[in-house]
Design a protein around this ligand. Structure first.
Ligand SMILES: NC(=O)c1ccc[n+]([C@@H]2O[C@H](COP(=O)([O-])OP(=O)(O)OC[C@H]3O[C@@H](n4cnc5c(N)ncnc54)[C@H](OP(=O)(O)O)[C@@H]3O)[C@@H](O)[C@H]2O)c1
Length: 237
């Protein structure tokens, strides 16, 4: 598969879980993938497995909570590749487990700055490259918690409801430049998200299932785009 040959993809949260699977998939389709997350060890492991399989990947340590870190990431991509065809805003944190009135303000900030402000800042940093090219894909990884109430996860749900609104609105702002902006909303996926143990892990949605959806979105024929994909497990756990 070389459908993405010559294209550059930036994937946030690519050090493990869903982001790792998305990065592997895009690299297997021929894209040069820039892997962004804080843990350099994780990024180097993912880069190693992509290059061992014949793909192209680069590890780029970045903290999405920091504007300067995102600006540095975008500048590296601009200087090295001069383009960004695909941006996948996947990095996210949960801080799930307590009712909102018991949540510490620092945890609220962490959730919002990673899950909602992070995608705003990456779009701000990378959209100019896409606008110059008059093409591009932005895929934001939201959650079914962005459609439903989530008891003891109000901040997380609010960040994902917000991400959906951001996505639909930015899609309207960028469509005139040939840039397509989509959101993927998975149910519970078999990863270490929130540090939780994988109960009935094999019955859950797998990271490769989300990677498959992203691959589908970025290979959609140019005259149309898919705004949102909701992903559910076939069997209930
Ligand atoms: N797993 C689920 O059940 C599920 C369901 C629906 C939606 N989602 C969404 O899917 C996305 C990925 O989740 P996952 O399950 O793959 O989670 P995960 O296994 O915990 O991976 C999260 C990734 O995000 C990175 N990250 C977190 N904070 C970051 C920051 N400040 N700067 C840069 N990178 C950061 C982590 O790397 P570092 O810690 O090294 O930075 C890691 O690579 C999230 O947006 C999540 O909300 C997950």
């Amino acid at each position: 598969m070389g459908e993405l040959k010559g294209q550059v993809a930036v994937v946030t949260g690519a050090g493990r879980g869903i982001g790792e699977a998305i990065a592997q998939r895009l690299a297997s389709m021929g894209a040069a993938v820039v892997l962004a997350a804080r843990s350099v060890e994780d990024l180097n492991r993912v880069r190693g497995s992509i290059t061992a399989a014949g793909g192209e990947a680069e590890a780029a340590a970045a903290d999405l909570q920091k504007e300067s870190s995102i600006a540095a990431l975008a500048e590296m991509v601009r200087q090295r590749y001069g383009r960004c065809d695909i941006l996948v805003n996947n990095a996210g944190v949960g801080k799930i487990g307590r009712p909102l009135h018991e949540m510490a303000p620092e945890d609220w900030e962490t959730v919002m700055s990673t899950n909602l402000r992070g995608p705003y800042l990456t779009i701000r940093a990378f959209a100019p490259l896409m606008i110059a090219a008059r093409s591009g894909h932005i895929v934001n990884i939201s959650s079914l918690a962005g459609h439903n109430p989530l008891k003891n996860g109000a901040a997380y749900a609010a960040s994902k409801w917000g991400l959906n609104g951001l996505t639909y609105s930015v899609a309207e702002e960028l469509r005139e430049y040939g840039i397509r902006v989509s959101v993927v909303a998975p149910g519970s996926v078999n990863t270490k998200f929130g540090g939780g143990a994988a109960e009935h892990g094999e019955r859950k949605i797998q990271p490769v299932d989300i990677a498959h959806v992203v691959a589908m979105l970025v290979t959609q024929s140019p005259q149309s785009f898919v705004s949102e994909v909701l992903v559910r497990p076939t069997r209930k756990a």
